[in-house]
Design a protein around this ligand. Structure first.
Ligand code: BGC
Length: 770
């Protein structure tokens, strides 16, 4: 782990260029706006190692499955968000010598991610082989206001000579995904062309016919004055460029402004793509870079208004939490219910940009508290729209009824192809059900149940009903052959978490049905008729609820992760020795599976989700047993442990766990950030602060807070949106202050005390909890 980034509260700063950390920085300094995203690749040529990545949300490719040993039920393809047209490219030649940072001498290099304003900048001096020196200043962003627009300001100043600078802004659709299964390229050219002032390129995917049209316009200034250039137009397959040469005097700044509109057939008819992109790119040029940047700053100011967390007394933690929030807000903006959140967002290709249970288990809580409820509702609707596919998936695996949501998906179809996960990691269904509960409980939008939620809940309950079976041997229901959240155990019997979340789903489904029957009888009848839900089925759910088997150890007073867990050799992780860690890199899979080591929260995940059903003693016994055995080799793990540790008053442990998630990417903790940042676990970092240190829950329509300040901080504050009110919670070691920044009152339960916070009111309380 190399810590090479400067600590700054609002920025990520890299000083000095090191080709070895370039791909890592390309991930960390990524920019996005929910519609598209871009790794921090250089505009000019770079012949060193680089993962070029420009991604358009929802534009994916069904890459033919590649597995060693085919199993019936495997999907035919893995959906991958596609690396799309490289729109940032600008070739630079100085008196005929190309600028390539891998080849020239680079001094005073500074790359900065300006999180407050939402843009990326880069500044350096390059000495070319012949001794000519130029200073480069580059700024770029993808617009939060005009989602299709990317804008670049690229400036060159000759420092010790007067000469000719050739600039070649281009669009390059001849790009590939690094993780392509058969080294295939996925794009075909549809059309391209240019005139004096702009160029366009349309490419389409070989399958599924996604079209992406990119139009670039540009402007040039010298010494602050506009310069008109006569470009040479260059075209080859899937590539279009304009080149022009400008005389540049020593000390005179030459600036190229490049504006690109990227539009896709997801949003426009094929005939509309080019005219729309031309109009958008033309409008961006007319608005000009300064105005676009101002719009960007304004949009980000608004976003921070709702989601910022301020930590006093620990600049490194401050930087980290803002980085996590920044990346989450860049990845998903929530207007489009066909989109979701890939574990790497737009920062890399690993996990294919597809949807995992990460969204429901980790991201939904973040969006619920920091955005309008419509945003998290759209994440739920996404799954509602995939319900038919989830039913088909269950049929494909031989179930007569119910829905099994995929482990990994883009359009509702399963993409994952490891049997122990695809077929067995079925707990994902529970997270999808739980997110419905979370949304309804947090927002109070109970109408959602009748509109969409209950149908999903009922189909998931039907799946669980068929997946469990009654065994005369125990006189109870059991669930065999599953993989729990801890993927370091496969094909186990009676994973406590899976059994529990299955039963909880049935309980909540029945509760929601009873609510609907009482409150919206006609909708209830319509739903029950439409999905043909019978009394026999609901009676069966009741029976499963009453007679489910849960593995446990009476003596220790703990739930067992699965049958037989205690037969393992139980040696705490801290006795393993650093040379064994991470076990997923140091040990054979066989050794991992037989060991007691837990990849990520499993029983504890259940105690977090269903926290109001277990007392502190139960949580404590389970935490004390499982935490020492957990290796946290999934980035999703430490946040859950941090939250439970907070509840238990294990403040040091909570802080240790928080640190593991907060700076995971900035410090490249798992040595894999060059593949992309861990976007979904960033939501876990937010949870560790707000649900953990803030103790936020929602119970009986009230916002519950039980905060404390970790010893390393002086104070912290966060914002939450709750039932129409925007609340700012400020916690010091002595006080809790909550101010209501809106005209809507909010019902609170703080440190056990009830209070209604009036519109625009402030409430201050001595700290009552430890
Ligand atoms: C975790 C899963 C998670 C996936 C994507 C895996 O390492 O074990 O729980 O869904 O990564 O983030």
């Amino acid at each position: 782990m190399k810590q090479y980034l400067h600590v700054d509260e609002w920025s990520i700063i890299e000083e000095g260029f090191d080709a070895h950390t370039h791909e890592l920085s390309e991930s960390i300094f990524s920019i996005g706006n929910g519609y598209m995203g871009q790794r921090a690749n250089f505009e000019e040529a770079y012949s060193g190692a680089s993962l070029q990545g420009s991604y358009m949300a929802g534009v994916y490719y069904p890459d033919k499955t590649r597995v060693g040993w085919w199993k019936n039920g495997y999907p035919e393809y893995f959906a991958k968000v596609l690396n799309s047209t490289n729109w940032i490219g600008i070739g630079v030649e100085i008196d005929g010598e190309p600028l390539d940072l891998y080849k020239v001498k680079v001094h005073d290099f500074v790359r900065t991610l300006h999180m407050k304003e939402g843009y990326l900048s880069r500044r350096f001096t390059a000495t070319l082989e012949g001794g000519k020196e130029v200073q480069i200043d580059a700024i770029r962003f993808v617009s939060a206001k005009r989602q299709e627009i990317g804008a670049i300001r690229y400036s060159i100043t000759p420092l010790n000579f007067t000469g000719k600078v050739k600039l070649t802004p281009y669009l390059d659709g001849d790009v590939a995904n690094k993780d392509s299964n058969y080294d295939e390229k996925f794009w075909l050219e549809v059309s391209k062309g240019s005139d004096e002032a702009k160029a366009h390129l349309t490419v389409k995917t070989k399958k599924l016919d996604f079209h992406v049209t990119s139009v670039m316009t540009y402007a040039v200034t010298k010494g602050g004055q506009s310069v008109s250039v006569t470009p040479e137009q260059e075209e080859r397959e899937k590539f279009v460029a304009h080149s022009f040469t400008v005389d540049a005097a020593q000390g005179e700044e030459l600036v190229l402004y490049k504006y690109v509109a990227n539009v896709t057939s997801r949003n426009y008819g094929l005939g509309q793509l080019l005219p729309t992109a031309e109009k958008l790119a033309g409008d961006a040029k007319i608005a000009g870079f300064a105005a676009l940047l101002q719009e960007q700053t304004d949009a980000w100011a608004h976003s921070w208004e709702e989601s910022d967390i301020i930590i006093e007394g620990d600049p490194s933690a401050q930087q980290a939490i803002r980085f996590n929030i920044f990346q989450l807000n860049q990845t998903y903006s929530g207007e489009d219910d066909r989109l979701n959140i890939g574990p790497k967002g737009f920062t890399g290709e690993k996990y294919g940009g597809s949807t995992y249970w990460d969204t429901e288990a980790y991201c939904v809580p973040f969006y619920l508290s920091t955005h309008d409820p419509a945003i998290s509702r759209n994440l739920l609707i996404y799954r509602y729209k995939h319900l038919e596919k989830a039913k088909e998936n269950a049929r494909k695996l031989g179930f007569k009824k119910g829905a099994l949501y995929p482990m990994v998906t883009m359009n509702g179809e399963e993409c994952h192809n490891e049997w122990e996960i695809t077929f067995e990691e079925i707990h994902r269904n529970g997270a999808i059900a739980h997110a419905i509960y979370n949304y309804v409980n947090y927002t109070g939008d109970k109408a959602y149940l009748g509109q969409y939620g209950l149908e999903v809940l009922a189909e998931i309950s039907r799946f669980w009903e068929e997946r469990v079976h009654f065994t005369a041997n125990k006189g109870q229901y059991v669930m065999l052959g599953v993989t729990g959240p801890n993927e370091y155990e496969n094909n186990v019997n009676n994973n406590w978490y899976t059994n529990r979340i299955a039963v909880w789903t049935m309980e909540y489904t029945l509760e929601a049905l009873a609510y609907l029957k009482e409150q919206e009888p006609s909708r209830y009848t319509e739903l029950v008729d439409r999905i043909q839900l019978t009394e026999e089925e609901t009676a069966k759910w009741q029976d499963i609820i009453a007679r489910m088997y849960y593995p446990s150890d009476e003596e220790r007073g703990i739930f067992l992760q699965q049958d037989g867990f205690l037969d393992k050799e139980l040696i705490p992780v801290k006795e393993l020795g650093a040379e064994n860690l991470p076990i997923n890199q140091k040990w054979s899979w066989d050794r991992i599976l037989r060991s007691c080591y837990i990849k990520q929260a499993d029983v504890l995940q259940g105690l977090y989700f269903l926290g109001d059903r277990y007392d502190l003693e139960t949580k404590k016994r389970n935490f004390d047993f499982y935490e020492p055995l957990t290796v946290h080799e999934s980035s999703l793990s430490p946040c859950v442990h941090a939250i439970i540790a907070c509840e238990l008053g294990y403040q040091e442990k909570a802080y240790e766990m928080y640190l593991r998630t907060a700076r995971l990417d900035l410090d490249n903790y798992n040595n894999d950030t060059e593949d992309g940042c861990h976007i979904t676990s960033m939501a876990g970092t937010w949870m560790a602060v707000v649900h953990g240190f803030g103790g936020l829950r929602v119970k009986d329509d009230r916002l519950v807070l039980n905060p404390f300040v970790p010893g390393h901080w002086t104070s912290f504050s966060f914002k939450v949106v709750f039932r129409g009110a925007l609340l700012k919670v400020n916690v010091t070691s002595d006080t809790i202050e909550i101010s209501n920044q809106t005209g809507v009152p909010a019902a609170l339960l703080v440190g056990g005390q009830e209070h209604t916070l009036e519109a625009n009111g402030t409430w201050k309380q001595e700290r009552v909890t430890a």
